[in-house]
Design a protein around this ligand. Sequence first.
Ligand SMILES: Cc1cc2nc3c(=O)[nH]c(=O)nc-3n(C[C@H](O)[C@H](O)[C@H](O)COP(=O)(O)O)c2cc1C
Length: 219
Amino acid sequence: MKTACIATVVLTLAVTLAAAEADKRSSDINLPTPRMEGGKPLMAALKDRQSTRAYSDKPLPLQTLSDLLWAAFGINRADSGKRTAPSTMDWQEIDIYVVLPDATYVYDAKANTLRAIVKGDLRKQTGKQEFAATAPLNLVFVADLSKMKGIAAADQAMYLGADTGFISQNVYLFCASEGLVTVVRGMFDGPALAKALNLPEQRKIVLTQTVGYPAAAAR
Ligand SMILES: Cc1cc2nc3c(=O)[nH]c(=O)nc-3n(C[C@H](O)[C@H](O)[C@H](O)COP(=O)(O)O)c2cc1C
């Protein structure tokens, strides 16, 4: 009888904890198929590429988000699964965490889906500059160190920095092409952000990047 009571209490506790954990997570979002055509010619986008630090709070349409993430690090060769940005040894070790006002997601390029990670607004935690908290989108580039096989630890930072840089520049060019504004950011509290994102030890935040529409004064 006593054992049955303890089992019931343990089971109830487990169900309550699981429900609390599920409550912290949002649902996944299936992205619309990215549009791979249009936009400004490359030379015009390069001419307009710049960093901007004043944002409107207007949200990005889901189609624009899908196009942006595909441009950043989507799959552009379905047969090999290779991407719009190069990566050392094709490790594809950089994940893009997508910090939106309602929740944070990871971009799953293969499924063209945002995988829900944490419920709630983490925009403020992505940076020390005020605009990060109100801009509609912050990207967090996270390296999965377990995918970086066969290199000396001393070289790791160079490779993950380079691989992130290509993705970030794709975001810059997409924004210049689409009338959006952006800035890549190294100024953030790494340990606090890693904790907010529940990152395991093998995952390292490299850079963050804010994206949105220009504030009226910045137009
Ligand atoms: C690795 C890296 C980190 C950066 N970190 C920040 C940052 O934390 N905050 C910021 O406002 N700009 C940041 N920037 C943007 C630079 O300040 C900006 O690129 C530079 O001033 C040149 O301006 P431009 O991008 O408009 O050409 C960073 C740029 C790079 C490449």
